[in-house]
Write a protein that binds this ligand. Sequence first.
Ligand code: EPU
Length: 348
Amino acid sequence: MNTPRILADHDLQPLNTLAVPARAARYAQVGDEASLREALSFARAEGMPVLVLGGGSNVVLPARFEGLAIQVTIKGVEIVAEDGEFVYVRAGAGEVWQDLVEFTLQRNLQGLENLSLIPGTVGAAPIQNIGAYGVELDTVFESLTAIDRQSLETLAFDAPACEFSYRDSIFKHRLRDAVVITAVTFRLRKKGELNTSYAPLHEALSAIPANELTPRQVSDAVIAIRRSKLPDPAEIPNAGSFFKNPIVSADKHESLKRDYPQLVSFPAGAGRVKLAAGWLLEQAGWRGHRQDGVGMHAAQALVLVNPGRREGEYVLEYAARIQRDVYERFGVMLEREPVAYVPQGETA
Ligand code: EPU
C-alpha cells in the first residue's frame, strides 16, 4: 500500500525553481513516512545516492543525477497544543510554505506573517533557517521530526539541536544528506507585538496604530514589498537570494566604510557587521547584468535569474565569476545560499 512508485530517467527541470535542465536516474514521490522509508531502503539496497527535493526553490541541480531523487509530499497541518500564550502548529514537510502561513493567518496567529510568500516547502524551511523582513524561522520554531537515511529511525530535534544561525543549520553541515525532515512544529503567539523593524515594512504600515495592527496586515505589506523586488519563479526562474549577506569583522567594516562611505551594513552581534551583498553587487555593476541566459535581477542584485534555463554547472560558473569579482574589489568572499548538488570539483 505504501510502496512508492520508482520512476526511471525522470525530468527534474519542472521541479526546481531555477529551472535548470536536470534528470534523475530514479525518482519517487513520497506522501507518508512509510513510503519514505521504502524509498530510502530501495536506494540503500541499490547503493544509490539520494537527493531530497521539497519545493526545489533553494537548490542547484546537476544535469544528471545518478541516484534516487525523492520528492517529499507529506501533507497535513494541525494544531497540536495550546497554552495561555502560544498555539503549537505541526505541518507535514511537503506542505507548501505559503499554505501553512495562510493557515496561521486565518486563525490570527502571530509569527509567520513576515515570512509570507517565501517559495518552497515546510520541510526545507529549517534547513536554511528561512528569513525575511526582520524575522527568521528559528524565532518561531518548536521542534521537528526527521528520518535517519541509514538507520531509518525517527529522530526528534528541538531548536538547539538544529544549530540555527543566519541562513544556516546543522542540516547544511554535519547532517547534510543524513536525514530527511518529515514534519515541523511551530510555536505561534496568540497576541503581542508584531515585528515591523524592517524599515520599508515600518513605513508601509505607519498609518496603522501598533495596537490595531493584525498579522494579516503585516503579511499583506510583506507580500507587496516582496512582489516589488523579487521575481516570481513562475515567470523568471530563480532561487531567491543567491548569496548570503557576508558577516565581517568591525575592522574590515571600518576600512571598507573609509573607501565606500555609502556602504550598507547592519550590526550582526559580537562586534561583527553584516554587509548588504546586494549593495556590493550593485556597486560592482552586476545588477541587471546578463550573460548567455543567466544574470542578476534588475530590481534586486542578490537574486540570480536564469531566463535562459541554463544548466546548473553554468549557473555555478557564472556565480563563481561574481564571487571572484566581488573579492577582488572589496576583499569580501560571498558565500552561496542555495545548496548545490553539482558534482564535487565543479562547485564554487
Ligand atoms: N541593495 C542594493 N542594491 C540591490 C539590492 C540591495 O543597494 O540591488 C541594498 C539596499 O540598500 C538595501 C539593502 O541592500 O537596503 C538590503 O536589501 P534588501 O532589504 O532587499 O534585502 P537583502 O539583504 O538583499 C535579505 C534576504 C532576503 C529577504 C530580504 C528582506 C539574504 C541573503 N536575503 O535580502 O531573502 O527577502 O533580506 O528581509 O539574507 C532569500 O533568502 O532567498 C531572500 C530573498
